[in-house]
Design a protein around this ligand. Structure first.
Ligand SMILES: C[S@@+](CC[C@H](N)C(=O)[O-])C[C@H]1O[C@@H](n2cnc3c(N)ncnc32)[C@H](O)[C@@H]1O
Length: 228
């Protein structure tokens, strides 16, 4: 099975010999690739919906992958401590949903060694939750694929707190070591914020929105100074 850049990056973070759970597996490509390339020991591929699981089952047969168990359930609820999961992967979902999944099953989360997350939104909330769950962000990879930007967070148990707000908003690792794609995304965001500020300046009311935007822009400029 051939993976997209995003899925390939996610796969590169999974450790050799892992017992994995892939939450929201959809097509099942990630576990299939990881098994067929002898990277993981086994995988429980979960999804809340039946359709994706049927799809994944078809792909597992087609690519002759073994040791992948399909389970239907909301988030991590289909997982127990007996499954001895060491690596949790949740990708391609909104950050709010990912946060809910993690908060609703802290026992499974805290029993794992590695948490690989790719939220599509609400990054700040996800980074804060990672720290609150007793994990440290050990690696963050920011990539572009087909005009869309993705940040991938790799987290291991450990105490960590960020002192600056921008570190939670943009990712401390991204700011310390910005990828070409991250810089591109930051520049685009800069332009968007500038346009919005100019547009809003000519509006008489909307005071609250103006203040909110000014604050957002100030934080963005602070972050821009870190990567220049
Ligand atoms: C956009 S797909 C992402 C698929 C794959 N993880 C990826 O990154 O390419 C999201 C998948 O998550 C599933 N999903 C949504 N909410 C879920 C939940 N609460 N628990 C488990 N799976 C969920 C959907 O059915 C869908 O198959």
């Amino acid at each position: 099975v051939q993976l997209s850049k995003r899925l390939d990056t996610l796969a590169s973070l999974v450790p050799q010999g892992a017992t994995l759970v892939d939450v929201g597996t959809d097509h099942g490509y990630l576990p299939i690739y990881l098994r067929n390339n002898k990277i993981i020991k086994s995988c429980i591929a979960c999804d809340i919906n039946k359709g994706p699981l049927e799809n994944a089952a078809k792909h597992i047969l087609r690519y002759e992958a073994t040791n992948i168990e399909l389970r239907q359930g909301n988030g991590l609820e289909a997982i127990t401590s007996q499954d001895e999961i060491d690596t949790i992967l949740i990708a391609g979902m909104g950050g709010y949903l990912i946060s809910d999944i993690l908060k609703n099953n802290t026992e499974v989360v805290k029993g794992s060694n590695l948490l690989i997350l790719q939220p599509q939104s609400d990054y700040e909330m996800v980074r804060k939750l990672i720290h609150n769950l007793g994990f440290a962000i050990i690696k963050e990879i920011f990539i572009e694929e087909d005009g869309k930007y993705y940040t991938i967070l790799c987290n291991a148990p450990g105490q960590e707190v960020y002192t600056k707000e921008i570190d939670y908003i943009y990712g401390k690792k991204n700011l310390e070591n910005p990828s070409k794609d991250f810089i591109e995304w930051m520049n685009k965001k800069e332009n968007t914020l500038q346009t919005l500020c100019t547009r809003l300046a000519s509006v008489v009311n909307q005071q609250e929105r103006k203040q909110e935007l000014e604050r957002e822009y100030a934080l963005h400029q602070e972050a821009m100074r870190c990567i220049q």
